[in-house]
Design a binder for this molecule. Sequence first.
Ligand code: SIN
Length: 279
Amino acid sequence: MSNTLQITSQGALGALVKNIDLAQVTDDQLQQLRQAFAEHEVLFFENQGMAPERHLAFAQRWGDININRFFTHVEGYPAIAQVVKEPEQQGNIGGYWHTDHSYDQSPALGSMLLARQVPPTGGDTLFASCTCANASLSKGMQETLLSLRAVHSSRHVFGEQAPYMGQMEGRLGNSDAANQDAVHPVVIRHPLSGRPSLYVNPGFTLRFEGWTDEESAPLLEFLYQHIGRAEHTIRFQWREGALAFWDNRATWHWAVNDYHGSRREMHRVTIEGEELSAA
Ligand code: SIN
């Protein structure tokens, strides 16, 4: 296998990477992947049905692993979160626009999601580019947002009273650990690409710092609608063995819940990130 990767852009964000075996990535290939990841924000790979040890080893080349405090893990692998929906279950994990870990002071860099079992149809994942969304705002709005910070929390999603937890039937737990709030700039300077990226999301953002919930809601809603516009998004159709590696600081994702009666199982390894700076 030659060392040159075949990297094909998928649109507003995302690239499909071919000619690579993630179980044995060379240093040169890793360098190409680093550039592609900064440029495209989510990378897709096909036919990577590697052993869990290899999945972890590839992730560790990007940073320390975040051991997820809410997700059930794959048996024998505490560092691999299990993202599963059984045929008899209704709710899925991540079935709404969000970016992982924005409630942490140092939000995770990104996650590598490996498809172990996919439904015959459906179960796609949507991705949105928060850098494209920032670039398509008016200059006036871009400048206004630069002065704002936003408060993010895990309590209303993973806390004991959260309605979402009630639908998760043992797949999520440890509600006591849902005690983080964090404040981040609304427009961050992306740590890898340097591009300004909108850093608010419907999953975890509560309000703008110093504003009430009511004052914040209209502008947040405008930004959510704007980021989720079709021209900022792509849709990834999974096959068994496919892997998606997304950047939480540049993207949102949404696991589409349209496969009731079928099983879907994904293994997720998340990589630690850093504190975010204003653009
Ligand atoms: C997630 O939000 O991490 C789950 C994404 C998916 O299952 O497609």
